[in-house]
Design a protein around this ligand. Structure first.
Ligand code: ARG
Length: 570
């Protein structure tokens, strides 16, 4: 069944269409009514009628008797008041629908490129954002029936590997492995860099090593593998700690495309798209200019004949379309790489690797800031380890649980503390418009009050507790009574879940789903204040349990789509 919103929207579209082919009515939730339709104003002139007359004609052309009462308002808006009977009947239908009204669509094959940390380098908060947002998008697509292929485009190739391998040789394999396996990636990288900057002989060895690596020298490849494997093991630990659905099998690093790079260049050349510029091979896609207005190149092969980041992304794009058969590709990468991706897509279109019908999108995001509103760094200027952020959040959650429920078993508390910590960190990241920067404020994130992950978890657990007190599992399948305004407001919100999921997915904007869930939880809490449940008469109790049950289930499914657990008891 279509959602309430979709049903109304469709009927209004048809009615407007009957009046004018240029109509573009907009139906949106409203403070003055349940929904308001806007669209008559724009047609008035062309139709030579007043906006109110146009609105009246629309109402003549529409039959909503089963769904809503409508009236013309103000200068030609249409106010829509949904009938309680229609709301109640739809709510009853949701009770037996584990998808809570969200339909499956025709499955699309969707590649989500996310996380993508770099080998022998710590994952920083930017990778946190990519990981958390990407995981949420992957879950949403899967939920609506898409086939999701996750791609962890790990940075595992390039000139730094010369110095990293030489440093590994200097340290001795066993010690290097020991250091990397405890996740000491940054100090490993820093030591290599230091030697590279200060020691001429080391620099020379590193350069020779890069050449050997590129030439496929077996011993060099073996040493490189050690670095890659150790790092990927470490990343996998971070993903598990974060409760993210990425595994080692999703890692298809930059190096995986090595064998394709020459053919990428040859293909571009054959199509006459390559231009030599200062020794480098470039494509100049139209419409891209540098700061001083001159055409901007995408460098496909550098002047030293090495391939870079762009060549790899072109090869990956070609692979994702031609071999994986992607219908949609999402790149969850920070906003500074925006120009890079726009150029990759433009060149992909020029070369015919990215056909018009394949949707390709850079899902960009802003920075994580420290309390001083500068880039989030430790006091010594180092990257802050993701895993230690999670440890800090877990510690806070543990303290809070100890205070609230000192009698709880330790194992139970540990599990919950982890769930709360992940909720805190992920929700804080997902709940602002991804393009905006946000301040990493642990106190606020772990708080059980306000627009936070733990608040939503508590809201869900409280409803579950209510059912435990009622000695029940769920509600009877009946149409709830909506005569109280708080009941009605909650019911209306519950019916909006499919639209919240749809709009989140359409814009790749998880904060929309967060906003929906937060508002739902708030409406539940007003309802709960105004409408006693367990102490009410039997009819009223059953009716209100329907609303409570649907709220808890919507919160649980919604949180799961965000990658957040919804414990039954907290
Ligand atoms: N490894 C890169 C970084 O840390 C991100 C890669 C993003 N994905 C891609 N296909 N380029 O900035």
């Amino acid at each position: 069944m279509s959602s309430l919103y979709e049903t109304l929207d469709e009927r209004f579209r048809r009615a407007f269409d009957a009046i004018s082919p240029n109509a573009d009515p907009v139906l949106r939730p409203s403070e003055h009514a349940d929904f308001q339709v806007n669209g008559a104003l724009g047609l008035a002139k062309a139709l030579g009628a007043s906006p109110r007359e146009v609105a009246a004609r629309v109402l003549d052309a529409i039959d909503l008797s089963d769904l809503a009462r409508v009236e013309v308002a103000g200068p030609g808006f249409i106010n829509v008041y949904t009938l309680d009977s229609a709301l109640a009947e739809r709510l009853r239908a949701l009770l037996s629908d584990e998808r809570l009204g969200v339909r499956r669509r025709d499955s699309r094959r969707v590649v989500v490129d996310y996380s993508a940390p770099n080998v022998a380098k710590e994952m920083h908060v930017g990778h946190l954002r990519s990981t958390v947002i990407g995981d949420c998008l992957a879950r949403l697509h899967r939920f609506v029936g898409d086939e999701v292929i996750a791609r962890n485009h790990v940075g595992d190739w390039g000139t730094p590997f010369g110095m990293l391998i030489e440093h590994l040789v200097d340290m001795g394999e066993a010690d290097a492995v020991a250091s990397l396996s405890v996740g000491d990636l940054d100090s490993f990288y820093r030591s290599a860099r230091q030697k590279f900057d200060s020691d001429e002989a080391f620099r020379d060895r590193s350069r020779t090593r890069v050449v050997a690596l590129q030439a496929g020298d077996p011993e060099t490849r073996r040493l490189w593998r050690i670095l890659v494997d150790q790092s990927v093991n470490y990343f996998s630990e971070v993903y598990a700690a974060l409760g993210v659905e990425l595994t080692a099998s999703d890692v298809v690093g930059e190096s995986s495309y090595n064998d394709e790079l020459a053919s990428v260049v040859a293909d571009l050349d054959a199509q006459g798209l390559l231009v030599e510029s200062e020794g480098a091979l470039c494509v100049f896609p139209p419409g891209f200019t540098g700061r001083d207005g001159e055409p901007q190149p995408l460098i496909v092969r550098k002047s030293d004949e090495g391939f870079g980041y762009a060549a790899t992304d072109l090869a990956a794009l070609r692979d994702r379309v031609s071999r994986l058969g992607a219908d949609e590709i999402y790149y969850v990468v920070g906003a500074p790489q925006s120009q890079h991706f726009q150029m990759i897509f433009a060149v992909g279109r020029l070369a015919g690797w990215l056909p018009d019908e394949v949707h390709s999108e850079h899902v960009a995001f802003g920075s994580v800031l420290g309390p001083d509103r500068k880039m989030f760094k430790s006091r010594t200027g180092d990257t802050i380890k993701l895993i230690s952020l999670l440890a800090d959040a877990t510690e806070r959650a543990r303290e809070e649980l100890l205070r609230r429920r000192p009698d709880q078993a330790d194992t139970e508390r540990e599990t919950l503390a982890g769930d709360v910590a992940r909720a805190a960190i992920k929700y804080a990241d997902l709940s602002t418009d991804r393009l905006r920067d946000y301040v990493f404020d642990l106190d606020r994130m772990v708080s059980a009050e306000g627009d936070t992950g733990p608040y939503l978890q508590y809201a869900h657990a409280r409803i579950r507790a209510l059912f435990r007190r009622a000695g029940r599992d769920g509600a009877l399948e009946l149409a709830p009574d909506l005569s109280d305004s708080a009941e009605r407001a909650l019911g209306l919100a519950l019916l909006g879940f499919p639209d919240a999921v749809g709009s989140t997915l359409a814009a790749s904007q998880p904060h929309r789903l967060c906003g929906y869930l937060f508002e739902l939880a708030q409406r539940f809490s007003s309802f709960y204040e105004e409408c006693p449940i367990l102490s009410a008469s039997e009819n009223q109790r059953e009716s209100r349990l329907v609303l409570a049950d649907l709220t808890a289930r919507t919160l649980a499914v919604g949180l799961d789509l965000l990658g957040i657990a919804a414990p039954d008891q907290m």
